[in-house]
Design a protein. Structure first.
Length: 307
């Protein structure tokens, strides 16, 4: 398989099955120059986490969407780094290409990629099966890793690199008053990259919940077919930030709140939403060290009182 981006060309092996996607280049001592591995996820994803714990050499990683355009680039990702892609706007990634560090130095977002020998994707059942399989594997790996390190104290090389990557975005948090924003920025600076992303996702869930809270406060029925809160919870599950059981439980509680609203039981709806929001926050922060967990929860409470 050949991947061409601008003047660059790589001969690649393809990873597309659950086993191949999980193993990748882990344990391999090196790559010959001009060779790489192309990972095909089947559809465009807005968030991709790449486990580098068993890598033995540094990589450049190029993210490519279904239209074969480059939507993100990470340079010189070292073994044990935490490598992340988060879509900018609607530009998700279906593929990511791993090559030797330095070989993708001239690749930029927006470049056209030519990927030969790729099919048009998987059917829905196959995609669902692969997604569940991969998420189970990732969860198991994360549990093993957490058992061997002290959570919350490890800062990574990829933290500094990722912030400057045009393919990465941060929530705006426009609802934060200056004092809270300064406090949150300080706390975030002391967290590992993976926990920073987890806190970002928590605040996105809060933003989704605020739409429902405004409807309750204005005493109007919630008529949207799928609430922003449900969408954010679904994304949190797909990103492996909450479990399948948590997701089902939370969606059930969202439906209960919507039913209260439709029955015009506004006080019950608001009470149910408040309990749900703090339950969600507690699950997101469950593996955080006690001090940052308390600090972030205090900010969550302050924001929720303002909404």
């Amino acid at each position: 398989m050949i991947v061409v981006i601008g003047s660059n060309q790589w001969t690649c092996s393809l990873a597309s099955t659950p086993t191949e996607l999980t193993a990748g280049l882990s344990g391999q001592e090196s790559l010959p120059p001009g060779e790489g591995m192309l990972f095909d996820l089947g559809v465009d994803y807005s968030h991709i986490d790449i486990n580098m714990t068993e890598m033995l050499f540094p990589l450049d990683i190029v993210f490519i969407n279904s239209n074969q355009a480059v939507v993100g680039v990470l340079h010189d990702v070292q073994p044990n780094d935490e490598a992340y892609f988060i879509a900018s706007d609607s530009l998700g990634a279906r593929y990511f290409l791993e090559v030797n560090a330095g070989e993708a130095a001239s690749v930029n977002i927006g470049d056209e990629a030519s990927v030969t020998g790729i099919t048009n994707g998987f059917d829905a059942n196959t995609i669902l099966g692969y997604t569940v399989y991969i998420m189970v594997i990732i969860t198991m790996i994360n549990l093993v890793i957490k058992s061997f390190k002290n959570p919350g104290e490890r800062l990574t090389h990829s933290h500094n690199k990722s912030i400057g990557n045009p393919g990465l975005v941060q929530p705006s948090r426009t609802y934060l008053i200056p004092g809270l924003k300064t406090r949150l920025d300080r706390i975030m600076g002391e967290l590992s990259t993976s926990r920073q992303f987890k806190v970002d996702r928590l605040f996105e869930v809060m933003e989704g919940a605020s739409h429902m809270k405004r409807a309750i406060q204005e005493q109007r029925p919630f008529t949207e077919p799928l609430s922003p809160l449900e969408l954010e919870l679904k994304d949190s599950f797909m990103h492996n930030y909450i479990t399948y059981d948590d997701y089902n439980r939370y969606v059930g509680e969202v439906v209960a709140v919507e039913n209260y609203m439709n029955l015009e039981q506004w006080s019950n709806a608001l009470s149910g939403l408040n309990k749900l929001m703090f339950s969600v926050a507690d699950v997101f922060l469950i593996d955080f060290p006690e001090k940052p967990k308390k600090d972030i929860m205090d900010i969550v409470k302050a924001i929720w009182r303002m909404k």
